[in-house]
Design a protein around this ligand. Structure first.
Ligand code: ADP
Length: 531
């Protein structure tokens, strides 16, 4: 029997219409370093129309890629709406990637127009000449445009272009299956891979963000996305907020603890989200300066494992509820969130959201039990989980319609995911696996430890043994840290090799750069204390 329901398209255009129309008096506030630029959503709709009109005048009349090289602010949000809604494809470039990778990505995606924040011109200028497909560069705010012209591109001022455009745009009917936006993985292994989101996947992901099991966004909320909008769609917070009618507070480039504390005190956001390093910095800052962070009622945190000590510190001392979330660029990215009051569940990577299916796969691609015990690679699939990469010549990351996440761990019957490692970081000691994530979390619970990253290093007897690279913020020696660990992990897992470092190197998206650490170790650059 056929249903009587229409195949009504799920599009970013409809998210934009609803959010900016029904909640015209809600706003996006962008922090400027000392104050805020405010734009009511009603006016945001007109800005989006002007941007679409301006891009059309530059020749964007199909599915051309419009790239952004921008911070989290009003203009980036305008592009998030206008570009997909006009039928073009938004490509958010990660400004923190290596210049060669940015150039590779822009070429691979065939970017046509590029919107750049004036403050980022110095970063873009050296790469622009090799971005062959880019015809037009649109500069947002002030900046020296000379190097852009020297690269042979047509250069325009954002404000002047928009002021010359009409504040009404005849938004086309877009196919919900058409590409809306794209984002490349940070390429920790090999070249970055392009993930192309559809209108439909973005819509369904935004709905999942709004559910209570997701980020529980309502029209009473003010959402502060601390995840960059150039990394995995700022976890879906911009579209989620517009779908719910929540206001947005944008930190622009100011993601340091002192600025964030000020923004939270002044703008009273209720929901935020970001990686553990940002919130660990905020916790340390808050312990010294005691800002009022109590407006925050829910803060999904992920991108790498969230130490229990961080969640407990923020919750008990500042009333901020950090909940762990898991996802990846390939999963739009939000796929699991760990809600509830039970700490044995709060420390997991979260419960898979409705729509996302998961399974654990062992050696030889055998599917293992989802019993919370069997350990293997996590595979996922679902309406907002990519089923391929853009122009991928070697689709080895896909397995019978499932995405191989590269993450290793367990899945239980209730859908809770517990990750122990990334496949490329696992430590195999005498045939047994040691979880670097577990060791790091335990170590970061020690009051003198600021950060800890554990890597596997060659060992004659065991094949591989863990090396703990620790950043100290107080007094602690190897003996004390080993003793501290021995109550928390099995004795044979306690590292005997230690390196005390100034800082743990980070990837472009703020994760521990373990490959860099392994290379430093191989070159003998780490001073090892052996017990
Ligand atoms: P990339 O894969 O390019 O590094 P992503 O931001 O897409 O960039 O990273 C996704 C990866 O981040 C996941 O595959 C997983 O390894 C890690 N990750 C995300 N959330 C968590 C979490 N809560 N705990 C542990 N690892 C996480």
């Amino acid at each position: 029997m056929r249903s009587t329901m229409p195949e009504f398209p799920l599009t970013i255009t409809s998210i934009m219409r609803y959010g900016t129309g029904r909640f015209a008096d809600h706003e996006v506030a962008t922090y400027t370093g000392d104050g805020y630029r405010r734009l009511p959503y009603g006016e945001l709709a007109r800005e989006a129309a002007r941007l679409a009109g301006a891009l059309r005048a530059l020749g964007v009349d199909g599915d051309q890629r419009v790239a952004t090289f921008c911070w989290n602010n009003t203009e980036h949000l305008t592009a998030y709406l206008a570009v997909p809604a006009m039928g073009a494809v938004l490509h958010t470039l990660n400004i923190r990637l290596h210049p060669d990778q940015i150039a590779y990505i822009a070429d691979h995606a065939e970017d046509d127009v590029l919107l750049v924040d004036g403050s980022l011109i110095p970063l873009l200028a050296p790469i622009l000449p090799v971005m062959k497909t880019v015809r037009h560069v649109v500069v947002i705010g002030a900046g020296d445009t000379e190097p852009l012209l020297a690269a042979g591109k047509r250069v325009h001022g954002y404000r002047a272009l928009l002021d010359a455009a009409s504040d009404a745009f005849d938004w086309p009917e877009v196919d919900e299956r058409a590409a809306a936006s794209m984002c490349y993985t940070s390429g920790t292994t090999g070249n970055p891979k392009g993930v192309v989101y559809s209108h439909r996947s973005s819509y369904l992901h935004a709905m999942a963000i709004c559910t209570a099991n997701g980020m529980a966004v309502t029209s009473d909320d003010r959402v502060l996305p601390i995840v960059p909008m150039f990394h995995a769609n700022a976890w879906g917070m911009p579209y989620g907020a517009l779908m719910a009618g929540a206001s947005l507070v944008m930190p622009d480039r100011f993601m340091q603890a002192a600025h964030l504390a000020k923004i939270i005190e002044e703008e009273k956001p209720t929901i935020s989200g970001g990686i553990p390093t940002i919130f660990a910095d905020l916790l340390r800052y808050a312990r010294r300066h005691h800002p009022d962070l109590s407006s925050l009622r829910l803060v999904p945190c992920g991108g790498s494992a969230v130490p229990e000590s961080l969640m407990k510190g923020l919750q008990t001392e500042f009333g901020v509820r950090l909940v762990q979330a898991w996802g990846m660029t390939e999963t739009s990215p939000t796929a699991a969130v760990a809600h509830g009051d039970d700490w044995s569940l709060r420390v997991t990577q979260g419960r898979l959201l409705a729509g996302v299916e998961g399974r654990i796969v062992g050696d030889g691609d055998t599917v293992l039990a989802s019993d919370g015990v069997a350990v293997g690679e996590l595979e996922v699939r679902g309406p907002w989980v990519t089923a391929s990469y853009h122009l991928d010549e070697n689709p080895s990351r896909f397995h019978d319609g499932w995405l191989r996440t590269g993450d290793v761990g367990r899945l239980d019957e209730r859908g809770y995911v517990t990750l122990t490692d990334r496949l490329k970081d696992v430590i195999k000691s005498g045939g047994e696996w040691i979880s670097s994530v577990e060791l790091e979390n335990a170590l970061m619970g020690h009051p003198a430890v600021v950060e800890a990253a554990v890597i596997g290093v060659p060992d004659e007897r065991w094949g591989e043994r863990p090396l703990a690279c620790v950043v100290l913020g107080g007094e602690a020696g190897v003996a004390e840290l080993r003793e501290f660990l021995s109550g928390k992990v099995a004795r044979w897992q306690v590292p005997e090799r230690w390196a005390f470092v100034e800082a743990v190197p980070k990837t472009s998206v703020g994760k521990f750069a373990k490959r860099t650490l392994r290379e430093m170790h191989a070159r003998g650059e780490l001073t090892i204390v052996q017990e």
